[in-house]
Design a protein around this ligand. Structure first.
Ligand code: ADP
Ligand code: MG
Length: 247
């Protein structure tokens, strides 16, 4: 395929584990500043798709182009450096560090201000930490040990750690699992803000939450796309109701 304006172009992507195709000839495209939600029954291949994009799992065949750069041949580190951030289901924060420190250590090493004085870098990092802390609603918790945060706040902190890298594509696997209703609403607002500056892919089961954030929904089933489009269209789709929403 020639160059495109899509942030992400996944084409004919397949991965097989001992002959079992967890992702089967998948093609989809994500626009700049799009917030895409991926839904589907357990085992549909949702997490595997994110694993393939971030390089944790290597594809059997097919292509993943991120800003026209082929990712399938790159290492996980190179993919992060290219601008892809990925959050796993369980938060991986440093429990014994403060919120401030968690954000600080996530600032990309060797970014931008090299060659200038050390205090200047410190100032740049500090202002970025303050900006991201406000974004993730943790400005009042900067000195708190991360272990003491609520479950929802830990999820936000991990999102903040990814935002410190300023990724062009952010991928989140079931970010509101275990959150209170209020935290879910706040997370929806957070994601709606975040996608103004980048593309976001979210895997989620909570349909009320999906409704609040999705620009488009992709329904996966047995490693293939069952339906794709705006939420109301996907919700009314007979096949989707049969394999997923009806249960
Ligand atoms: P979902 O996130 O939609 O629930 P997954 O992507 O986790 O589904 O898994 C899809 C299928 O692929 C499942 O049957 C799972 O057991 C299988 N699978 C995922 N990763 C591996 C792996 N590394 N090795 C073997 N099988 C895997
Ligand atoms: Mg999963």
């Amino acid at each position: 395929m020639s160059n495109t304006d899509f942030v992400l172009a996944v084409e004919d992507l397949t991965v097989s584990f001992d002959g079992f195709k967890a992702v089967d000839n998948l093609t989809f495209y994500i626009d700049k500043n799009e917030l895409r939600v991926v839904i589907g029954p357990n085992g549909a291949g949702k997490t595997t798709v994110l694993d393939l994009i971030c390089g944790k799992t290597k594809s059997t065949s097919g292509s993943i182009k991120f800003m026209n750069k082929e990712l399938t041949k790159l290492s996980e580190h190179e993919i992060v450096r290219a601008g892809v951030g990925r959050k796993f289901q369980t938060p991986s924060i440093y429990e014994n560090l403060s919120v401030y420190q968690n954000l600080e250590v996530s600032y990309p090493k060797g970014r931008g201000v090299w060659g200038s004085l050390l205090f200047k870098r410190t100032e740049v990092v500090r202002s970025q930490v303050m900006k991201i802390a406000a974004e993730i609603m943790l400005s009042d918790f900067l000195e708190m040990e991360a272990a003491l945060l609520s479950h929802g706040q830990k999820q936000w902190l991990e999102i903040g750690m990814l935002l410190m890298q300023d990724p062009e594509l952010l991928m989140l696997d079931e970010p509101v699992a275990g959150m209170s209703a209020k935290e879910r609403d706040q997370t929806a607002d957070l994601l709606n803000r975040i996608c103004q500056n980048r593309a976001v892919i979210v895997i989620e089961h909570d349909m009320e939450f999906v409704k609040k954030i999705a620009h488009k929904v992709t329904v996966l089933h047995q490693g293939k796309i069952l339906a794709e489009g705006p939420m109301d269209k996907v919700q009314a789709d007979e096949k989707v109701i049969e394999v997923y929403l009806g249960h």
